[in-house]
Ligand binder design. Sequence first.
Ligand code: NDP
Length: 278
Amino acid sequence: MCGNEGGSVFCRSLRVVTEGHQSMNWDQIYEWALWLVLGTSAVTFPALFFITLGYGRHDQGKSMLYVPSLPGWILMEAPSWIVFPLTFFLLGRHNREAVPLCFLAIWQLHYFYRGIIFPLRMRNRNKRKPVGAVIAGFLFTGVNGFVQAYAITNLSPHLWTPDWFADPRFIVGILLMLIGVSINIHSDSVLRNLRAPGETGYKIPHGGLYRWISAPNYFGEMIEWLGLAIAVWNVAGLSFFLFTVANLFPRALAHHRWYKERFPDYPPGRKAIIPGLI
Ligand code: NDP
C-alpha cells in the first residue's frame, strides 16, 4: 500500500518504525517486557493481600488526583486495543497466517467490549477514578498488548499453521474462553442492573453465580484468560493469566469481606471467588 519511497506522512512513519524494527533487537525488548509482566504478578499477588487498590468501593478518597470514571476507564484500557494491532502488523513476522489473525480478532473483540462498551454502559458516571490507578492500568495494558501480540506473531511456530485449529489445546482453550466471557459479561450485567442511572450506592447482587460467590465477574475473567493461555500455548499467554489471578483473586477476597462487613443479611454460605471453597 505504501511502497518503498515517498508517500504520505503515515507511510513515511510506518517505514521508520519497520526499518527500525530490523536494527533494534525486539526479541530482547520482548524478554524484558515479559519479565516485567511476570515480575509484576509476583509482587502484586502477595502485596494485594495487605493493600487493597483504592478504586471503586475501596476508594477511601486518599488520592491527590482523580479523573471522571468514564474517560479514566477508556484511557486505561486503550493501549490494549491500540498496542496489540500495532505490534501485530508492524513487528509481526507471521501476521498473515490464519491462527494469529484469529487471535487478533479475539483480542480486539474482547477489548472492544472491555475498553468501549463496558465503560459506556457503567452506571457510575458520577464517580471518580484515582489517577494513579489509571496510569498503572494504562502502562500495564500497553506492555501486555505488546507481549501478547509479539509472542503470537514471532515466537510461537505452532500457531503459524492452520493445523492448530484442530489441536485439542486450541479447542479446549477457546471453549474455556467462551465460558469465562459468558460468566463475566452476565455477572457484570447483574451488577449494572443493581443501580438506576446516576445511582452510586451498593446492593447485594443475586442470580447466576452470585448464588455461590461474591465476585463471579472476576472468576469469569480468570477462566477467560486461562482459556487464552491454553489456546495460544506460550509463556506470554500464561503470564497474562498469572497477572489476572494475582490482581483479581485478592481483590475478590477484599470484596467479599467488604460485603460481609456492610450487609448483616449477606448470604452466609456465599464464598468469595471459588464456588464451595474460598
Ligand atoms: P467491580 O465488581 O468492583 O465493579 C464492577 C462495576 O459494578 C462497577 O461499575 C461498580 O461500581 C459496580 N458494582 C460493583 N458491585 C456493586 C454492587 N454491589 N452494587 C452496585 N454496583 C456495583 O469490578 P471492577 O470495576 O474491578 O472490574 C470491572 C470489570 O473489569 C470486571 O469484569 C473485571 O473482571 C474486569 N477487570 C479485569 C482485570 C484483569 O486483570 N484482567 C483487572 C480489573 C478489572 P463502582 O465502580 O462504583 O464500585
